[in-house]
Design a binder for this molecule. Structure first.
Ligand code: SF4
Ligand code: SF4
Length: 298
């Protein structure tokens, strides 16, 4: 199943970044597919991106709400909320485990041989603060002298945007290099920080700082597709703790908002069939492969 997940991650990363004409056009794709909302974090301004990013769209939505209210227009752009709301209700953070190019990128970095460290559990709450302030409150309330708001997370923080858009566009359009300033260096520093951290810890950006992960985490209990624990079969052996890339102790917290449904605990750890994948509460499959557990910090 791990191999299947890797293939799904690769295919989705390629599909959402499937415009390979950019070396010739030296600009971003703006064709009809650009109205499709990508489920995972994938920058709209990446030269290869065929879809738009749900986080960028959420910030634009908040900017439009303020603009509409100021102009006495009382309607809401439901498309973005509908897209990620439906995806969240079905899959929750399974998107992070299977369909996010930046999550996939971090997993590849973690394969680089090095000493590995765990991510302190309390840090996981930071991403909810980032979701609230950078995605909702700042775009809604902070404007410049001209009354214009900003997509704050994209502009000041997003390491995926720097990796997929900022750096490639500087390479494609050398004239942009004259405009590079402190803001860009700051974003490069954030990217370098998370790249380095991803080599020595499993998925640190997903666990600490991703507002999209925080948004999907809101559906952890209610989502349709999730893992279930059979408490009668569980022996509390804690094997599931050691394989989880998100630091979840599954038998203690089966609805944990950090679970990305990677299925590692079910397939590679639990020898007692205590974990099953369910859709709407109906078991779909339980663990089959029984391999020895290799313990390392998560
Ligand atoms: S709890 Fe299991 S399915 Fe969820 S992230 Fe951890 S190992 Fe993957
Ligand atoms: S590996 Fe299975 S039996 Fe062991 S603690 Fe986790 S759920 Fe329970």
């Amino acid at each position: 199943m791990e191999l299947a997940r890797k293939w799904v991650q690769l295919v989705i990363a390629l599909l959402t970044n499937g415009y390979w004409g950019f070396p010739a056009t030296r600009t971003i794709y703006q064709g009809p597919l650009k109205v499709v909302c990508s489920p995972g974090l994938n920058c709209y301004s990446c030269p290869a991106a065929t879809t738009y990013c749900p986080l960028g769209a959420l910030q634009q939505l908040m900017l439009s709400i303020r603009f509409n209210l100021e102009n006495a227009q009382y309607y809401l752009g439901w498309y973005v909320l509908g897209c990620i709301g439906v995806v969240g209700a079905f899959l929750g953070r399974m998107v992070c485990g299977w369909a996010c190019p930046f999550g996939f990128f971090q997993e590849l970095l973690y394969k680089i041989p090095s000493r590995k460290f765990s991510v302190p559990r309390p840090l996981r709450f930071i991403k909810f603060g980032l979701l609230l302030f950078f995605i909702f409150l700042l775009p809604l309330f902070v404007v410049n002298d001209f009354g214009m708001g900003n997509p704050w997370f994209c502009k000041y923080v997003c390491p995926a945007g720097t990796l997929e858009a900022g750096l490639p566009l500087l390479w494609l359009q050398p004239e942009l290099r004259n405009t590079v300033g402190l803001l860009f260096y700051n974003k490069v520093a954030i990217l370098v920080f998370f790249v380095g951290w991803s080599v020595v810890a499993s998925r640190p950006f997903c666990r600490v700082a991703c507002p999209l992960g925080a948004f999907y985490a809101l559906f952890s209990r209610a989502r349709l597709v999730k893992l279930q624990l059979d408490r009668e079969k569980c022996t509390k052996c804690e094997a599931c703790h050691h394989v989880c890339p998100m630091g979840v102790k599954f038998n203690e917290s089966p609805d944990d908002f950090e679970c990305i449904t990677c299925l590692a605990c079910m397939d590679r750890a639990c020898k007692f069939d205590a974990i099953s994948l369910t859709v709407g509460g109906i078991p779909l499959r339980s663990g089959e492969v029984r391999k020895p557990v290799v313990s390392k910090p998560q």
